[in-house]
Design a protein around this ligand. Structure first.
Ligand code: NAD
Length: 251
C-alpha cells in the first residue's frame, strides 16, 4: 500500500515508541519522513532503522528549537505535508499531591509543545494544504487515578485539535487527534508499578480485563497513517479512539 506516497512528514518524539512506529509505517507507505526527538542518539538510530529522509531534533518545550527543526525538515524535504505531534511525557501522581513544578513541566511538553509545533508548521502546511495529527490519549476523554495532570494535558490537546481544525477548515488544512489506550512502550513500562501498587491488581490482568490486550505502536501508527492520508479528506477536528473497547465499557 502506498497511501502516503510523496507525503513530506515531520514527526516529533520519534526516536522511540509510538513516534518511531509512525515514522516506520509512514516510510513503508511511501512518505519521506524527518525524525525528531529530544534524545539525539535515539533519533539517529531510529532514522537509520526506519529509512528516514533525515533528522531534525528539538525539545518541544523550546520554541526556538522547534522553529529551527521545522525549518530544517522543510529544507530537507522541500516542503511539508504532514506534522505528527507525538512527543509527550507522563507523570504518575495523585493529582493534588503533585508538585506544581512537575504540573507545569508536563503541560510544557504535552500542551505547549503541541501548540508551538503546530504554529511553526502551519505556514508550510497552508502552502501544501497539508494536515496535522496530534497524539492525545484516552486519558483526554476519561479520568484515571494517578494520571490527573496527564489527563488534563491530553484533554487540552483534543480541544486545541478541534479549534485549530475549525479555524483552518477554510484553508483546506485538516487537524485530527489520536487517542490510544495503554500501548506497549517504555511509557507504560514506567507506569506499571504505580498502577499495580494503587489497584493491587497485576497490570496484565487490568489490561486484559479492560482492553483485551496492550495496544502495539503499530496499531496506533495505522490510525495515524489513515488520518494523514488523502483517504481521510473529509476527516477534521476528530479525535480517534483506539483502545480495545476500554472507554466503551462501564465495567
Ligand atoms: N504508550 C501509551 O500507552 C500511550 C497511550 C496514549 C497516548 N500516548 C502518547 O503517545 C505519545 C508517545 O508515547 P510513547 O508511549 O511512545 O512514549 P515513550 O516515552 O516511549 O517515547 C516518547 C518519545 O518522546 C520523546 N520526548 C519526550 N519529551 C520530549 C520533548 N520535550 N521533546 C521532544 N521529544 C520528547 C522521548 O525522548 C521519546 O523518544 C505521547 O504523546 C504519549 O502521551 C501513549
Amino acid at each position: 500500500m502506498s497511501e502516503l506516497q510523496g507525503k513530506r512528514v515531520f514527526v516529533t518524539g520519534s526516536g522511540a515508541g509510538i513516534g518511531k512506529a509512525i515514522a516506520a509505517l509512514f516510510v513503508q507507505r511511501g512518505a519521506q519522513v524527518v525524525v525528531s526527538d529530544v534524545n539525539a542518539g535515539a533519533a539517529e538510530r531510529a532514522a537509520e532503522e526506519v529509512g528516514a529522509a533525515g533528522v531534525a531534533n528539538c525539545d518541544v518545550t523550546d520554541e526556538g528549537q522547534v522553529e529551527a527543526a521545522v525549518q530544517q525538515a522543510v529544507d530537507l524535504l522541500g516542503g511539508l505535508d504532514v506534522l505528527v505531534n507525538n512527543a509527550g511525557v507522563e507523570v504518575s501522581s495523585p493529582l493534588l499531591e503533585q508538585p506544581t513544578e512537575s504540573f507545569d513541566k508536563i503541560f510544557a511538553v504535552n500542551v505547549r509543545g503541541t501548540f508551538v509545533t503546530m504554529k511553526a508548521a502551519i505556514p508550510h502546511l497552508l502552502a501544501s494544504k497539508g494536515n496535522i495529527v496530534n497524539m492525545a490519549s484516552i486519558a483526554g476523554v476519561g479520568g484515571s487515578p494517578l494520571l490527573g495532570s496527564y489527563c488534563a494535558t491530553k484533554a487540552a490537546v483534543i480541544q486545541m485539535t478541534r479549534v485549530a481544525a475549525v479555524e483552518m477548515r477554510p484553508t483546506g488544512v485538516r487537524v485530527n487527534a489520536v487517542c490510544p489506550g495503554f500501548a506497549d512502550t517504555a511509557m507504560v513500562d514506567r507506569l506499571k508499578p504505580d498502577f499495580e501498587a494503587a489497584t493491587q491488581i497485576p497490570f496484565g490482568d487490568l489490561v486484559a480485563a479492560k482492553q483485551g490486550r496492550l495496544g502495539t505502536p503499530e496499531d496506533i501508527a495505522e490510525v495515524a497513517a489513515f488520518l494523514a492520508s488523502d483517504r481521510a479528506a473529509w476527516v477534521t477536528g476528530s479525535h480517534y479512539v483506539l483502545d480495545g473497547g476500554l472507554t466503551a465499557s462501564l465495567v
